[in-house]
Ligand binder design. Structure first.
Ligand SMILES: *Cc1c(COP(=O)(O)O)cnc(C)c1O
Length: 454
């Protein structure tokens, strides 16, 4: 693309995609089934019904290529969608790279991240099924904020268990959740058997997403009018996030570019899948050929160092067994600042796509990530959340490689959230007190030792 210089590529409201894309319809083989932890047989809809409404269970297993977005959901999406795609001219210039870098900015949503794309859909389907209350876990607090906002839209009560380490580090997330009308507890808590068991073993437990999930699931399973909502990992969550990639495809087409490299940060995999899967569809159809690269924290290296095995989604072992890249459900990562990337497992769909060789993965230390985040803030004017600094570190790495080779590659990433409530992490980086701890092979071995035998 030459000539006129475009920085912000927008779409009209009428161009918001009308359907979500299900990558499972286009893969050469289906992902392995989810298993019942007792019988080790594939789970059926009845097994999941205590936790999720039937519409979401159907989306979890559908093989249809597209799912229509309900009007009620589109109506809420219009508050911030379509989200802008930016060309990072200033970052490119600072790096001296011939690469063209684009970022799809999801920080414009009410929660400041991509999470409302699925929170609104999940709240809608639960409300439509007559549910009164949703329980959930949250790490950094983004998902809890998104679900509290979404529940407010559909008159649902929202109850959130937040990982203790983040609850203490990020008090403003708690206040934001409460402002949207949610109720929030630090996890592990005394309110559940799962939380009490962890506290009995370690009264100072920093918590983990796996523990918080156990608590939220326990409460949902015990109450008829209450269901559980998960902010990542599951197929229906990834499905809802594909609105990001569908918009980005339209936006890049407007400037006549196709990506050579797509990078995204992966916690459970939802923002990465949301951006990448519509492009993977194009790749599988032979219409483009981007390299697709997941970026994870070196402190929680699920894809690059985990095993591909059946494991529980939570710590207490209450969820069905999913075949995924995992560090083991007992794994409690260091309390790094990227709270949203501290999950022991990886989405089964992303794990499967990785096993098929359709995507790559790299791990980055948090100081390299924050260096990229600060560089990005000073050039592009947006302070990124700690999670997408991982994607930015990989963007910078790729752009500098282009500088060496002279290749004008097109790099696309998801800037999946802003870091306005994560400034303490920047404070630690700027003060030079941020530490990088590498996992030892012993740590990894110990965590994987607790994997269920299937
Ligand atoms: C939750 C969150 C993540 C991690 O979740 P994914 O499902 O991997 O996207 C990453 N970035 C931000 C800003 C988040 O809120």
């Amino acid at each position: 693309m030459s000539g006129e210089r475009i920085t912000k590529i927008t779409l009209d409201e009428s161009e918001i995609p009308r359907r979500w894309y299900n990558v499972a319809a286009d893969l050469p083989s289906p992902p392995p089934p989810v298993l019942h932890p007792g019988t080790l047989q594939p789970v059926g809809p009845a097994d999941l019904a205590p936790l999720f409404p039937m519409a979401l269970i159907e989306q979890e297993v559908t093989t249809e290529r597209y799912v229509d977005i309900p009007d009620e959901v589109l109506d809420v999406y219009r508050l911030w969608r379509p989200s802008p795609l930016f060309r990072a001219h200033r970052l490119e210039r600072a790096l001296g790279t011939p690469a063209r870098i684009y970022y799809k900015y999801e920080g414009v949503s009410p929660a400041g991240s991509h999470k409302p794309n699925t929170a609104v859909a999940q709240a809608y389907y639960n409300a439509a099924a007559g549910v009164r209350r949703l329980t959930t876990e949250t790490g950094a607090g983004q998902w809890g904020t998104a679900l509290a906002f979404a529940c407010a839209q559909f008159d649902l009560t929202c109850e959130v268990w937040q990982v203790r380490a983040s609850y203490d580090q990020k008090p403003y997330r708690k206040l934001m959740i409460e402002t949207f009308g949610g109720v929030i507890h630090p996890s592990p808590s005394e309110l559940t058997a799962a939380g009490r068991a962890v506290l009995a073993a370690d009264p100072h437990s920093p918590g983990s997403l796996g523990i918080a999930i156990s608590e939220a699931v326990e409460i949902a399973a015990q109450h008829e009018d209450t269901k559980y909502a998960l902010g990542s990992v599951l197929n229906h969550v990834l499905l809802h996030q594909t609105v990001i990639g569908e918009e980005a495809l339209l936006q890049l087409a407007k400037v006549g570019d196709t990506p050579d490299v797509i990078v995204g940060c992966t916690g459970g995999g939802s923002n990465f899948a949301g951006l990448a899967f519509p492009f993977l569809r194009e790749k599988l159809a032979g219409r483009m050929d981007p390299v697709i690269r997941a970026v994870e924290p070196a402190a929680c290296p699920t894809l690059t160092k985990g095993v591909y095995a059946y494991d529980f989604g939570d710590t207490a072992g209450m969820t069905p067994l999913m075949k995924m890249h995992t560090l083991g459900h007992d794994f409690v990562p260091d309390p790094i600042h990227a709270g949203g990337l501290r999950y022991h497992g990886m989405s089964p769909l992303i794990s499967h796509v990785y096993e098929l060789g359709l995507i790559e993965a790299v791990a980055k230390s948090q100081s390299e990530c924050f260096a990229a985040g600060v560089r990005f803030a000073r050039t592009e004017g947006i302070v990124p959340a700690p999670e997408p600094t991982h994607a930015l570190a990989a963007c910078v790495e790729e752009a500098l490689r282009c500088k060496e080779t002279g290749e004008p590659k097109v790099i696309l990433t998801a800037l999946c959230g802003h870091g306005h409530l994560d400034m303490a992490a920047y404070g630690s980086y700027l003060a030079g007190t941020m530490t990088d701890r590498e996992l030892s092979p012993e740590d990894l071995k110990a965590a994987a030792a607790g994997l269920p035998v299937v």
